[in-house]
Design a protein around this ligand. Structure first.
Ligand code: F0G
Length: 458
């Protein structure tokens, strides 16, 4: 280990984007206009935007240079081959099908593999994955290990799939299971990684029951870094080697290049099965585009190819994971309960723990997220009863946890931006007992967190 403790960003700034400073009064008016829903804000009214790490990162000099090589030929563009080679370098699947983002790959995969009566197990389905499974009337089942559901339990691989539970499901309903999914890292469960040992055990079960295994690989590089640094026997391995082993254990993958592709848009579906691939390509042509560009421009394919080379660099990954933990350590140090250990891409604040006087149906996560914005212009994302509390039958019930996710865009904010976030969060936590809940005054039929309007309770 290096003897210097300061985490330096392993890059210099090459182009700058202004951040517009706002006052608390201005932010109060912006909140009122947005119905206290942070998705309704104008991004210019946000100082530090931690809503998501998806597509919001900074591209490198070499990615911007690669964009100039973008070739926009409809079929067989050189940019397609550059992309294909970069994907296959890490994930040597026989078929690679480019899409405009991750959920388009999910939509195509489950249109082929899903359907009424089918059941798709995963450690935890991300919400778009679950929605795409359920849209085909199949059932999405989450089988994460018990540690993955307890915010404060320390375990190095809280994203692991519960192998015993998967075995029982395959014994009882094996005929209904078209494939098994594993999300690396487990975003809905706090950005927690999956170990190689667990992936190997899931692979062995899939072999025993003759099921294909698919990775939702959005944050594959962060997952590989956690394997290298936390799992015995992998410390000396190259990250690329670990990534290729994860790929070798699977039969296919869905991917959002907006995360560990280090790009602002893009994704793909990859798999080995020729006949499934043909069905998927036919669907691709219906909604995304010709199979050598999917939903992307040639220049996007170039940016992703270069991003894939950069995301596996060890200096980058060391900084990425340490700088996220830097935020988490400071928040925990300030007495703010968080999901631990910290994931790679985000810190998840336990709002129910911090605001025990606000009952779940008065949305403690919303109260905390709104106050972080009002006080300091920081935009996080409620992941709790607002997001998951309304059920298809119309009933409302508390979600399993009320969290606020502070997701860190890649290579975008400096340590002083994060120090500012820490200062604001400390101030809000010190006044926690004065925060009040919210009520929803208008909500749509589904996915209410995006567009509901709220009112503060007095
Ligand atoms: N799978 C996981 C694990 C994700 O985190 C996401 C997106 C997707 C699939 C879908 O990819 O957005 O390219 O269609 N997560 C973003 C987030 C939106 O904020 O966590 P997409």
């Amino acid at each position: 280990m290096d003897r210097w403790q300061t985490i330096i960003e392993p890059f210099r700034i090459h182009a700058v984007e202004p951040i517009r400073l706002t006052t608390e009064t201005e932010r109060g008016s912006a909140l009122e206009a947005a119905g206290w829903n942070l998705f309704g804000l104008r991004a210019e009214d946000v100082l530090i935007d931690l809503l998501t790490d998806s597509g919001t990162g900074a591209m490198s000099r070499d990615q911007w240079a690669a964009i100039q090589h973008g070739d926009e030929s409809y079929a067989g563009s050189p940019s397609w081959f550059t992309f294909l080679e970069a994907v296959r370098e890490l994930f040597p699947f026989r078929h690679v099908i480019p899409t405009h983002q991750g959920r388009a790959a999910e939509r195509i995969l489950f249109a082929v593999a899903g359907g009424p009566g089918r059941v798709i197990p995963s450690n935890t389905h991300f919400d778009t994955t679950r929605a795409n499974v359920e849209f085909t009337q199949a059932e999405a089942v989450d089988l994460v290990v018990p540690e993955g559901l307890s915010p404060s339990t320390l375990h190095p691989f809280k994203g692991n799939l519960d192998v015993g539970a998967l075995e029982r499901l395959l014994e009882e309903r094996g005929a209904d299971v078209p494939l098994v999914m594993v999300t690396i890292t487990n975003n809905s469960g706090g950005g927690q990684p999956v170990s190689l040992e667990n992936l190997r055990a899931v692979r062995a079960l899939c072999d025993r029951f003759g099921k294909p295994l698919f990775l939702d690989a959005c944050r594959f590089a962060e997952n590989a870094w956690f394997i290298k640094t936390r799992e015995a026997g992998h410390a000396e391995r190259a990250v690329t080697d670990i990534v290729r082993e994860m790929a070798s254990l699977a039969d296919g993958m869905t991917m959002s290049a907006k995360k560990d592709g280090l790009a602002n848009i893009g994704g793909w579906l990859a798999l080995n099965d020729d006949s499934v691939a043909e069905q998927c390509r036919n669907l691709l042509i219906l909604t995304e585009g010709f199979p050598t560009y999917g939903g992307l421009a040639g220049r996007d394919l170039e940016a992703i190819a270069q991003g894939l080379r950069e995301v596996v660099e060890e200096d980058y990954l060391r900084y990425r994971v340490r700088s996220t933990a830097y935020l988490g350590d400071a928040l925990v140090g300030a007495g703010i309960p968080c999901v631990q250990p910290f994931g790679g891409h985000a810190v998840y604040l336990d709002a129910r723990g911090l605001l025990p006087h606000i009952p779940p149906l008065e949305y403690p996560g919303q109260a905390l997220a709104v106050e972080l914005y009002r006080a300091g212009g920081i935009r996080g994302c409620e992941i709790g009863t607002v997001m998951f509390g309304r059920h298809p039958d119309g009933a409302e019930a508390p979600a399993a946890m009320d969290l606020v996710r502070l997701a860190i865009p890649r290579r975008t904010y400096t340590q002083s931006h994060i120090d500012y976030v820490i200062e604001v969060a400390r101030d809000v936590a010190a006044r926690a007992s004065t925060l009040r809940g919210y009520r929803i005054v208008r909500e749509p039929a589904a996915l209410r967190h995006f567009s509901a309007r709220f009112e503060p309770l007095s």
